[in-house]
Write a protein that binds this ligand. Structure first.
Ligand SMILES: [Zn+2]
Length: 489
């Protein structure tokens, strides 16, 4: 039996909180971030970190051989990486309402059946269908030059032929309020350097309506991500119904800095923006569900999953094809190794997280009666780089159990349990039935490629996929196998 005391020293608990689309996920070491921005967060997380795992409660020793078997099986092949490659190579981007997404969903169902998952099914959800169309941004003054840009999801179009206006650069909402008189008839650029996603994403979600309220004709947003290779990042914006809807797009950090310098020198900046973006009628889509049924309490469910839809500009390898494949793989590994846990482990590939959350809401509505039977909801939507552990939100006794279980993940370097964890897709069910939630936590440059054309499998190694699948398999298996419900119900 391995010594439990060394668990104490291994707890490094370095984390950065970052709001993903709707809820909080936890990322560890976003190396693209500035040190200064990280330090207070690290200090805060260290203070709130649980110092040690409790002593081995007996059941932990019994779980260890199964955990080692799952880890060995996952590390013995590149199956998860190959499956993610097949998904992203074959079907490409999977925006809600697209044929690509629905073809990928049918493929996932067929593959799950081939894997031997049980109760494989598609659960219908209607999803919005936003279409980007053609879009361009051209600098007209002080010099003519086409600029890389990406329209924001949910944006409306420009008038036919585009619109041309002077640009007002602002550094915050307060700055916009101070210069409200200058914003009328202009295009407002929110130039707010990326610190954390949680701090800066509001300029993308709320910026366009804030600008519209003071008379702006369009909004540009410095991309929500660290500087890349002059890379714009898309992502959803949310219009305030009380304000006029104006077209909205993201530009690269480098161009936002240039606009700032021009304005600071008193040089007028003029651009022409053209966008065809629009909504078409809602489309039929599906959540994909598969299981390994519990051998003693099949009615009790440990849910793992991610979202199968992606933005239209990359192929959604990191966000969130990888999260879908590693959670699915967790169930496949249990079947492959003949480890059928006491409770059911259910994988759900949610549709439409990025621009609607209809999959997460649809799961809650379709499963309302059995939500109290859900022991834990675990989402992987923070990338599939080097595994670090899990974030957890739930009752203290459950946290103590999970902290014990985390010792089984030490061979993967994934034995940290952070103070909070959730996910956009599991949020609605968690809220409706007070179910404990977990986020899968990794170390990596998630926000460098987030919502960009660079979100491809080239950024992910086979070992990372295998290790993440192993970590989730061990965690889900253990929670489904322990002799008691971790949530105390
Ligand atoms: Zn995502």
């Amino acid at each position: 039996m391995a010594s439990m005391s060394s668990t104490v020293e291994r707890f490094s608990c370095v984390g950065v909180s970052a709001a993903h689309e709707h809820f909080m996920v936890f990322m560890v070491y976003n190396s693209g971030m500035r040190r200064a921005a990280l330090l207070p967060v690290i200090a805060m997380t260290l203070l709130s970190c649980r110092p040690a795992a409790p002593p081995d409660p007996g059941w932990l020793t019994e779980l260890r051989p199964a955990a080692d078997k799952l880890i060995a099986a996952s590390q013995a092949s590149e199956f998860a990486w190959q499956r993610l490659a097949e998904l992203t190579d074959t079907f490409g981007p999977r925006l809600s309402g697209s044929e690509n997404l629905e073809r990928a969903i049918d493929w996932a169902v067929a593959q799950m059946q081939r894997d031997g998952l049980e109760n494989v099914r598609k659960e219908p959800v209607m999803v919005p269908r936003w279409v980007r169309g053609r879009e361009t941004l051209e600098l007209m003054a002080p010099a003519r030059q086409p600029l890389p840009m990406l329209g924001l999801g949910n944006s409306v179009a420009t008038p036919l032929g585009g619109l041309e206006a002077d640009v007002l650069v602002v550094g915050s909402f307060e700055d916009l309020d101070r210069r409200a008189a200058d914003a009328a008839t202009r295009i407002v650029l929110f130039n707010v350097p990326f610190t954390t996603y949680g701090e800066t994403v509001r300029y993308r979600t709320q910026g366009p309506s804030r600008a519209a309220r003071v008379g702006a004709v369009a909004a540009l947003v410095r991309s929500i991500g660290p500087p890349g290779l002059r890379t714009p990042h898309t992502g959803a914006t949310t219009y305030d119904e009380a304000a006029p809807k104006i077209p909205a797009a993201a530009i690269a950090a480098e161009d936002a800095d240039r606009f700032q310098r021009l304005q600071d020198r008193g040089v007028p900046i003029r651009v022409r923006l053209q966008m065809d973006a629009h909504f078409e009628p809602d489309a039929q889509s599906y959540n994909v569900v598969g299981e390994i049924r519990g051998r003693e309490r099949p009615d009790q469910i440990v849910l793992v999953g991610g979202h199968f839809d992606s933005w239209d500009v990359g192929v959604g390898a990191t966000d969130d094809g990888g999260g879908c494949i590693v959670t699915w793989e967790a169930v496949r590994l249990m079947l492959q190794t003949g480890l059928r846990p006491r409770r059911t482990v259910r994988v759900v590939l949610f549709t439409n997280e990025e621009n609607g959350l209809r999959g997460g809401n649809g799961y809650r509505d379709a499963h309302m009666a059995e939500l109290p039977n859900h022991v834990l909801l675990l989402e992987s939507d923070g990338g599939v780089f080097d595994p670090a552990g899990f974030g957890f939100t739930g009752p203290d006794p459950a946290r103590a159990t999970l902290t014990s279980i985390a010792a089984l993940l030490r061979p993967l370097g994934a034995d940290t349990i952070l103070t909070a964890g959730s996910g956009a897709d599991i949020g609605p069910s968690a809220t409706a039935a007070k179910i404990p939630t977990m986020s899968h936590v990794v170390r990596g440059d998630y926000f460098l490629i987030h919502h960009t054309p660079a979100d491809t499998i080239a950024r992910i190694t086979p070992k990372q996929m295998s290790d993440n699948a192993a970590a989730i398999a061990v965690m889900a298996y253990a929670v489904a196998e322990v002799p008691f419900r971790i949530d105390g119900r």
